[in-house]
Design a binder for this molecule. Sequence first.
Ligand SMILES: Cc1cc2nc3c(=O)[nH]c(=O)nc-3n(C[C@H](O)[C@H](O)[C@H](O)COP(=O)(O)O)c2cc1C
Length: 228
Amino acid sequence: MKITIIHGQNHKGSTYHIAKMLAEKLDGDITEFFLPRDFKEFCTGCTNCFRKDETLCPHYEKIKPMTKALDEADVLIFESPVYVYHVTASMKAFLDHYGYRWMIHRPEERMFHKQAVCIATAAGAGMKSTTKDMADSMFFWGVGKIYRYGVAVMSTTYQGIKPKIKNKIEKKTTILARQIKKRHKHVKPGMKTKLWFYMARFLHRMSWDDSDLNYWKEKGWDKKKRPW
Ligand SMILES: Cc1cc2nc3c(=O)[nH]c(=O)nc-3n(C[C@H](O)[C@H](O)[C@H](O)COP(=O)(O)O)c2cc1C
C-alpha cells in the first residue's frame, strides 16, 4: 500500500505525530511532504490551469513531485493544525493549485479509487471546519472514500497531551487503519460523488472551456465510460 502524507506545517507537533501514527499502522510505503518547506507558492490567479493546461502554471515544475506522489498513492493523508478555525495558509495555498482537478474541470481518474484521511488537531475547537477545508478538495477531486479525524488535544505540544487523550488517539488511529486496510483495492465512490460527476458532465454539454471539454471527450466520460 502506498501512502502519501501532506503535512500542513513544517514542524513535528501533535498533528504530525497523529498522521505518522496512522500511516505507520497502515504498514505501507510512506512518502511525505511538509508545507511550506516542500512547496511554498501562492496561486497567482492566472487561471491558465483551468482555461488552458496545468503545465502552464508558473509553479507546475515545483509541485510536480507532489502531484506524482498523490497520483501514485493508494491512501492520501492530509493533515493540518487548526489555525484560526481553518487549515494553515500553506495547506490552503497548496490545495488552491489543484482547482483544475475539481470534478467540474479535469479530475484525475485514479482519485476515484483512492482513500483519503483529513486530520486536524486544535487546542480546543475548529476541527470540523479544518478537516472540511481538506475534505472539500478530496471530495471534489473525486476521491472514493474520505475519512475525517479532528482531535481537541487541549495542548499546544504533542508532549503536553494528557495520557487519556493519547489513548483515544491510539484507539482511533487503530480503527481507522483497520477500515482503510479492509477497503484497500475495493474503493468505489459513493452516490454523492457520482451525482456531482453527472452534474459536471451535464454542465460541460452547455458550454465550457475547450481544455475541460477535450479532456472529458478523451476519457470517454461524455459517452459511456466512467472513472470508477
Ligand atoms: C496561529 C494559530 C492559530 C490557532 N488557532 C486555533 C483555533 O482556532 N482553535 C484552537 O482550538 N486552537 C488553535 N490553535 C492551537 C493549535 O491548533 C493546537 O495547539 C494544535 O494542536 C497544534 O498542532 P501542532 O502541534 O501539530 O502544531 C492555534 C495555534 C496557532 C499557532
